[in-house]
Structures are given as structure tokens and as C-alpha cells.
Ligand binder design. Structure first.
Ligand code: PEP
Ligand code: MN
Length: 241
């Protein structure tokens, strides 16, 4: 792991931010430029898991190249999702942290491959996964030798539909207490609601969690993915002011 990233992950609280998907160099560059002062790690998906076929699935390797270029331009570590064991080497070549998304939390071959890497893995909790199952998924990564794991609570499915998912705040805290791993929350996917992001960031800090992951976009209304939950750079920066 590069030294700078190691220091970031040791901070009491770190912020991962960026668009849901990388759409173009201009989109990522303009977003990054405006959020950089409050962002520790730049996010952006190049391989997107989409519920409905036909939705934008990301730019693939072209997106990875853009992420690397913009990360280098702004001297900021990057994170992006890997969905398939066949892409893991490719993704690892371009990014500092690999994300295993909610839908792949129990993709055991993917977890095992991630365990062989020498880069940190952000493991999101599955939509219907128990805390024990989430921690067991992390064990699959550890067992292959990779101990650099960050857990991310991104909301689980419940009967409630006022929010996109239900953020299991107690679960996030419990996961941290049991595992001793850094645990962050993703209020963007958990709630799907811009107005809930700031209070949840403040709550996660107060609760001693390790950080947050937030979606921000230079022009949320034009976002090809998760437009409703993306903050404008101004809204994002206001959280930290
Ligand atoms: C994401 O972070 O872009 C994402 C797809 O998240 P999740 O796996 O939590 O749905
Ligand atoms: Mn998203």
C-alpha cells in the first residue's frame, strides 16, 4: 500500500467521495476539482451492477484509465468496484482500493481473489446479509492473506420504503466492535435522500466510525446512475463547513 493511503486509512475519520459512475474525463475531473478539499479518497464506478439490463453499466477499462489519470492529477488515492473475478487484475492495475459491492458480498470466488491482492478491499454489506455473514465474508478475504479490509454499511432491505434502504447504524457499530476493522457508512445508497446525508455523516463521526462514502456529481440531474442521491459539489462541501 502506498504510504499516503496508509496514513489516510489511519485517520480517525476519512471521506470517500465522487460520482456513482465515471461518465467521462470531464465529468470526473470537474467533480474531483470541486470536492477535493474535503475528500480523502476519490470514488467512481467503471463496472456498475445495475438492477435493470439496459441501464448504463460503466465505461469499463476506459473508466479505469480516467480514474487513474484524475487521481494522479489531484494526487488523491482512488477506489472503484470490481464485480467479476475475470476483471480483478485489470481493476487492481488502475486503482488503490478495490470495492466489492453489496450484490457481490457473498461471491466467494471474488472474495478469495481479493484476498490474494496487496491492496485494501472495501467490503460492502449485502442487502440482506446478517452481520455474521458480512464478517464471515471478510474472513474469506483475510484467509487468503489480505488483512487490509474496510467494511461499509450501505443499508439493508426492510419493510420501510421512505428511504431507499435502511441504514443499520447499530449494526455498523457492532461490526466495528466485533471485528476491530475500520467500518464506514454509505449514507447515499442507504437512504437515497440528499437531505439525510449530512446528519448521518455527523452521527457516524460522533459514534466513532471510521468514515463515510458519499456520492457527488458535478451535475446530479444529468447523472447516468443514482441521480437522485448525488450531491452537488456545493452541497457536499457544506457538510464539512
Ligand atoms: C456503489 O457504491 O456504487 C454501489 C453500487 O453500491 P452498493 O454495492 O452498496 O449498491
Ligand atoms: Mn451509486
Amino acid at each position: 500500500m502506498n504510504k499516503e493511503l496508509e496514513l489516510i486509512l489511519k485517520k480517525p475519520f476519512f471521506v470517500i467521495a465522487g460520482p456513482c459512475a465515471i461518465e467521462s474525463k470531464k465529468q470526473l475531473e470537474q467533480t474531483a476539482e470541486k470536492i477535493i478539499s474535503h475528500t480523502d479518497i476519490l470514488r467512481g464506478g467503471a463496472f456498475k451492477p445495475r438492477t435493470f439490463p439496459g441501464s448504463f453499466e460503466g465505461l469499463g477499462e476506459e473508466g479505469l484509465k480516467i480514474l487513474k489519470e484524475i487521481g494522479e492529477k489531484f494526487q488523491i488515492p482512488t477506489i472503484t468496484e470490481v464485480m467479476d473475478t475475470r476483471d480483478i487484475e485489470l481493476v487492481a492495475k488502475y486503482t488503490d482500493i478495490l470495492q466489492i459491492g453489496a450484490r457481490n458480498m457473498q461471491n466467494y470466488p471474488l472474495l478469495k481473489e481479493a484476498g490474494k491482492l496487496k491492496k485494501p478491499i472495501l467490503l460492502k454489506r449485502g442487502l440482506g446479509a446478517k452481520i455474521k455473514e458480512w464478517l464471515a465474508a471478510a474472513e474469506y478475504i483475510k484467509k487468503e492473506g489480505n488483512l487490509q479490509i474496510i467494511l461499509c454499511e450501505r443499508g439493508i432491505r426492510t419493510f420501510e420504503n421512505e428511504t431507499r434502504f435502511t441504514l443499520d447504524f447499530a449494526g455498523a457499530i457492532l461490526a466495528k466492535q466485533i471485528s476491530n476493522l475500520p467500518v464506514i457508512i454509505d449514507p447515499s445508497h442507504a437512504t437515497g435522500k440528499k437531505e439525510l446525508i449530512k446528519p448521518l455523516v455527523l452521527a457516524s463521526k460522533a459514534a466513532g466510525l471510521s468514515g463515510v462514502m458519499i456520492e457527488a456529481h458535478i451535475k446530479p440531474k444529468e447523472a447516468l446512475c443514482d441521480a437522485d442521491q448525488a450531491l452537488t459539489p456545493e452541497e457536499f462541501n457544506e457538510i464539512f463547513s
